[in-house]
Design a protein around this ligand. Sequence first.
Ligand code: PMP
Length: 319
Amino acid sequence: MTTHIFLDGQFIPEAEAKVSVKTHALLYGTSLFEGIRGYWLPDTQQISIFRMREHYERLLANCNIFHLETGYTVDELMARTVELIERNAPSTDTYIRPTIFKSGEVIGPGLDKTETSTTLWNVPLGEYLPLGKGLSVTVSNWRRLSDNTIPPRAKAGGAYMNTALIVTDARKRGFDDAIVLTQDGTVSEGSAMNLFMVRNGVLITPAITEDILEGVTRNTIIELAQKELGLPVQERVVDRTELYVADELFFCGTGAQIAPITSVDGRPVGPINDATHKKGEIGPLSTQLQQLYFEVVKNKRPAYSHWCTLVNVKSAVKA
Ligand code: PMP
């Protein structure tokens, strides 16, 4: 079966979906993108695309920052995405990558003198970060970009050179990933995921003014924690050393899902004295939220089924 890609209004075979080496986005990183997960539901032979509307709303809102004009509405992008999944009919969890990019072949980074393209494709994706072992992370000595440099609120292609430095250097130093600080030295987020901390029964996450991507998963967790677990949630400034005294820490994101962290800079994460949750072990709220999250994304919680777009990918579609 040929895999199809959506490019500028048409579905074409993957082998034909090519851009020039002179493409503006390749030269200057001038793209905005999204990462959306589709979960395979074997019982019903469907893909559950999670919170697709919110991803496209974020993408189109952020186009305004970068003077990008895709020409598509949120509903049109959603319809094209459903068609992509129907055509490619994956029977595994899949990752959908919409990208709006400057596709002209002009020299000079200005965004105003070159055309814009829109593409959608999907690939199989399992775990982006290990979910069950507890991650060992470091506080990166690279800083997050700031709102007045390349705004982290937008998922801008070029901004991911910052992520690339953070994650690569962390891995080279033997860590699984890294937490990154703002220019002011307060906690921002993970390399490519948001961060939550539990302290004394309160769920805490850096505020949206802390140079983070305003994560769809972050929003999901805030809502689930409050509604389903009755947890108080604070969005606020987080000091670096709060990481070293936290009861629990976890990353979250479309790719990362909910990935518990069990050590930061060689310090085990956990409460001082709790027989049921020893330092360096995955915490109970992280585990509970992880279980709940997987039920919700797989459309097993009717109260949240409006977040799941179900696409039928039965073998008949593949023919
Ligand atoms: N921060 C960054 C820098 C990211 O790249 C991502 C992944 N998209 C996230 C946070 C998590 O965002 P979301 O939950 O919307 O995927």
